[in-house]
Structure formats: C-alpha cells, structure tokens
Design a protein around this ligand. Structure first.
Ligand code: UT7
Length: 330
C-alpha cells in the first residue's frame, strides 16, 4: 500500500523540577562519593519533583511549552501518548491526567510502558496512528517522577535517576515530507528480572511486608544491563541507518538515552561517530528514563542546534528489556 501521510515534529518542550540534588548531598545519604558517581556514570546532579508534583504535572509543563513552540492550542490536540513507568496512579492512565491539566478536551489519551525506551516506542506508535490518517496531530510525552520509586537507601540505584519530562508535537504531513525515515524496536522478556520494580502491581500488591523490604522500588543488575544496552542501541541505530539509506557521516546528532556516560561513549565509538555529534546532558539530569530523549531534543531544538534537513538518530534502552532507534530527518 502506498503511504499517504508522514509526520513532522513541529514543536518541542521540556521541564525539570526546580529542586536539584547534588552528588555531595547523596554522599550524606548513602555510602557513596561524588568521585564514584562522576567517574562511573558521568552524573553530577539531578532534579527531584516536589511531593505535589506527580508525573502528569511534569508532563503538563513540557506539553504546554511544546504546544507554544508549535503555535497550537490544547483544544487542537487529537492524541496524547505519555510514556512513563512512574504513572500518577495505576488507574486511570496518566495521559488523561495530562489532558485534564492542559485542557486538551478533544484528545484521545493513553499511556505506554516501555521504561527508558518509552519515548522511542511512543513516537513510533504515534507516527503509525498519524500515518493511518485517523489523527492530524499528537502530543508525544516522556515523563518520569522516578524519585517516587527509588530506594533512597540503595546506593546501587539511588544515585542514578532523576525526574523530568519532555514532549514533542507531531503533525501529519504528506508522505513526501515524512520526517520518520526509519524505526527499529526490540524487546526481550527473558530479562524482566534485570531491571524491575517487583511490587505494587497485581503480581505483588503492596503490603506492610513489601514496604518493609522496599520491594516497591527499583532493583537493577547494573552490570548486566550495561552490556546489553550497548549492543542493543548500536544494533538498532545501525538498522535504522541502513533502512533509511543514510551513512553515519550524514548524521548531525546521535541522541542516546542518558543512562550512563560510559554507555553513551561506547555507543558512539561502535557507531563510529565523533563525540561532538553525540548529545549528552546526563551530568545535569541523571537518568530520566522515558524523558531523557525528548529533554535532549528540546534542548537541541531551542538552542538552534538542529537545522532543517538534519538527520538525527534517537536510540534508547531500558527495562523489559526494551530498546529501539528512530532515524529522523528534521
Ligand atoms: O536506563 C536504562 C537502564 N539502566 C542502565 O542503563 C544502567 C546500566 N548500568 C550502569 O550504568 C552501571 O552498571 C552502574 C553505574 C549501575 C554501575 O557501574 P559498574 O561499573 O557496572 O559498577 P558495578 O555494579 O560493577 O559495581 C562496582 C562496585 C561494587 O563494589 P564491589 O562489589 O566491587 O566491592 C559496588 O558495590 O561499585 C560499588 N558501588 C558503589 N560504590 C560507591 C555501586 N554503587 C555505588 C555507589 N557508590 N553509588
């Protein structure tokens, strides 16, 4: 079937809460050092949402900024997809809370769970729906309040994560102007144990015992995740470049999920792309999961570092395990 429609990003927005948590403060909370965190992860500080700022509140700000950049009103939005693993509540979905907050009264709303790959998954799903002709535009959001799911006594994980949100407005355009040149998604459920929050769902509802054992917080086998992350992101990125007929030299920016500086450097090295073309901001935000790529995209777009026609590779990896890459032509 000939493709009739494509998609274009017509606005970006992001938001991080004002409270900054530094490595020096973490030194006072768990047995860690600023030096360990910087050298093993690259992270210097992260932002932490206030008690009255749930996932949808972070998303709200990012969405309003993206709509403003797109020159659109909330009422014009057809579809809202929120990628998150830190939903406001199990029911209803977080996109509906975002809809209420911004007043997007005409939108269809749902959330998606693909952990740190969530934004890449959500962009792909939104693009599919727009290309089908059923929607004219979409707000695609990655928003996370990971501080609410972190075990603040576990030094293996609590130093890594931060809160934030990023959003893009996608518009349906003619197929000839399609920005989404290629996508590749992957998942491997054999690795569900490597990165998980064991309790709080139907398998293990919260009980006093669960709370005492901190089972409703993030658990991660960091070393194993690390190894798989590099291979998956490099493989998916090479796949989309091949599909799109674009060489790595023609790519203006590789925007990897911001989990660890060493992972990002390895991905850049194996792709054969110089450091200047790999966008990094995790020193300021830590790992914000589904928010990390749209946050980076917004910083690049607003600072004028992306020009029309630039090729971008977005690539992510996270719990599930899930991974993916997208080749965009701006
Ligand atoms: O968003 C997608 C999902 N997440 C990721 O992609 C994260 C992937 N993994 C990583 O980024 C890294 O594996 C970590 C940063 C989590 C850990 O780095 P590592 O180099 O793999 O360290 P390790 O887990 O092998 O631990 C090395 C040592 C251990 O001590 P021993 O056993 O060698 O005595 C840890 O106990 O570092 C210790 N350690 C710490 N020390 C000081 C672990 N966390 C800390 C800490 N401060 N915060």
């Amino acid at each position: 079937m000939t493709q009739r429609y494509g998609i274009k990003i017509v606005g970006t927005g992001s938001y991080v809460p004002s409270r900054v948590l530094t490595n020096a403060e973490l030194e006072k909370m768990v047995d860690t050092t600023d030096e360990w965190i910087r050298t093993r992860t690259g992270i210097e500080e992260r932002h932490i949402a206030a008690d009255n700022e749930p996932c949808s509140a972070l998303a709200e700000q990012a969405c309003l900024r993206a709509l403003e950049a797109a020159g659109m009103t909330p009422e014009e939005v057809d579809l809202i997809i929120v990628a998150t693993f830190t939903a406001d509540a199990p029911l209803p979905n977080t996109a509906c809370f975002v809809q209420k907050r911004i007043g997007a009264t005409n939108a269809v709303c749902f959330s998606m769970e693909a952990a740190c790959s969530g934004f890449v998954y959500a962009m792909t799903v939104a693009a599919g729906l727009l290309r089908s002709g059923g929607f004219r535009n979409a707000l695609v959001v990655g928003s996370e309040k990971i501080s609410s799911m972190v075990d603040w006594t576990d030094r293996n994980t609590c130093v890594l994560f931060g809160d934030g949100a990023g959003a893009v407005v996608l518009k349906r355009v003619d197929a000839a102007h399609d920005s989404l040149r290629a996508f590749k998604l992957g998942a491997d459920g054999r690795y569900t144990d490597l990165l998980q929050c064991p309790a709080g769902g139907s398998a293990m509802p919260v009980t006093p015992e669960v709370l005492a054992g901190h089972l409703n917080t993030i658990k991660m086998e960091g070393r194993e995740v690390f190894k798989l992350a590099v291979n998956a992101m490099v493989g998916a990125s090479q796949d989309v470049l091949k599909q799109g007929g674009v060489s790595i030299d023609q790519v203006r920016w590789v925007i990897p999920h911001q989990a660890n500086m060493r992972i990002i450097s390895s991905v850049g090295k194996y792709l054969g792309v110089p450091d200047e073309k790999v966008y990094v901001n995790l020193q300021r935000y830590g790992n914000t999961s589904a928010a990390s790529i749209p946050l980076a995209l917004d910083e690049l777009a607003r600072s004028g570092q992306i020009k029309d026609g630039d090729h971008l590779v977005l690539t992510a990896f996270g719990g599930g395990l899930t991974w993916g890459a997208i080749l965009l032509k701006w």
